[in-house]
Design a protein around this ligand. Structure first.
Ligand code: ADP
Ligand code: MG
Length: 322
């Protein structure tokens, strides 16, 4: 199978490449064309997933397609952007039809959930890696950035934390039990749901936001630095799923919530007056702390005293990374 046949068979003719709102021209020409409504800005983000680094070499292609798009679309959610389109740069060791078919199905399943269309890409031979670029739109000046948190704001998250970190030993085959809790954690890892509607609802309300990909403490550090404030996190308020709590010790579960990656929940700062309106539609939103004058991220124990933070999230080329 040649490059062009591969593109045509698995991508150009895929359900998620059929076009959609904001897509003036899709796959097949030298560029795709996107149409933005007047007064809107284009939000763009790229993520690369490398076999052996971000996922096991033998990962199920359907799950991988789902996950690759979910982690990219989560960045649009974090900016309060509405998805339009994405591109896929795919490097493959060989062109196996069954693998490509499963991968494209997974990609299209997540594309349908997110309301986003495949508009182009590149296909090359080499060690398996995926680079996705997502494009979204947001009313000019209303994107949620990491800067803007103010002392007195609440620190909130969009749902349970630590599921991604808890899933890791299961994904890597280090633990092999089965059951509904295991299924839940694996689902959270392989098909995280980008919080797109929540992100859009936070426009004009939240003062800062991001999606948690590297772990709560590390990612909150980005908000603290960009906003020039301190974030105080109350460990007793961290929302943990019952699956995480039932499968692991409390210490491990808390560590996953604080420092495990791959949660793809939104973390945001919010004036207290906005909380009720957000909670009405997203009851799972949890207040986990507050913004104060100062700098850095600080953990508070039950009594409100500052704890020494454990290791921060994963960093490539960092002290704990490769
Ligand atoms: P060019 O040589 O002009 O860069 P290519 O031959 O690389 O174009 O690709 C042909 C068309 O197929 C382009 O529209 C490109 O965006 C699209 N394409 C290539 N690879 C992929 C892919 N993996 N997924 C989706 N579209 C792809
Ligand atoms: Mg090309």
């Amino acid at each position: 199978m040649g490059e062009f046949e591969l593109i045509r068979r698995f991508f150009a003719s895929a359900a998620c490449a059929a076009g959609g709102e904001g897509i003036a021209l899709g796959i097949g020409d030298d560029c795709a064309l996107l149409q933005l409504p007047a007064g809107e800005q284009l939000a763009i983000s790229t993520d690369t997933l490398v076999a052996g680094v971000h996922f096991p070499d033998d990962a199920d292609p359907f799950l991988l397609g789902q996950r690759a798009l979910a982690v990219s679309a989560s960045d649009l959610a974090a900016m309060g952007a509405k998805p339009i389109a994405f591109t896929l740069a795919l490097t493959l060791p060989d062109a196996r039809a069954d693998w490509l078919e499963g991968f494209a199905r997974g990609l299209c399943a997540m594309a349908s959930d997110c309301g986003i269309g495949l508009v182009g890409g590149d296909t090359t031979r080499g060690p398996l890696s995926l680079t996705l670029t997502v494009f979204g739109r947001v009313p000019a000046g209303q994107a949620l950035t990491r800067a803007g948190a103010r002392p007195g704001d609440l620190l909130c998250v969009g749902g349970s934390l630590g599921d991604g970190g808890g899933a890791l030993p299961l994904v890597l085959g280090e633990r092999q039990e089965r059951g509904p809790e295991v299924d839940y954690l694996l689902q959270r890892y392989w098909a995280p749901q980008p919080q797109l509607a929540l992100g859009q609802a936070l426009r004009g309300r939240a003062t800062a936001a991001l999606d948690i990909s590297d772990g709560l403490l590390a990612d909150c550090g980005h908000i603290a630095a960009a906003s020039g404030v301190a974030l105080l996190v109350e460990t007793t308020k961290l929302p943990l799923s019952s699956a995480l709590e039932s499968l692991f010790s409390r210490e491990f579960a808390l560590n996953c919530a604080l420092s495990g990656g791959d949660d793809y929940r939104l973390a945001f700062t919010l004036p207290a007056s906005e909380l009720a309106a957000i909670r009405a539609d997203w009851p799972e939103v949890a207040v986990i702390g507050r913004v104060a004058a100062g700098q850095g991220v600080h953990l508070l124990d039950d009594a409100g005293a500052i704890l020494q933070p454990p290791a921060l999230g994963y960093q490539h080329f960092g002290s704990q990374g490769d």
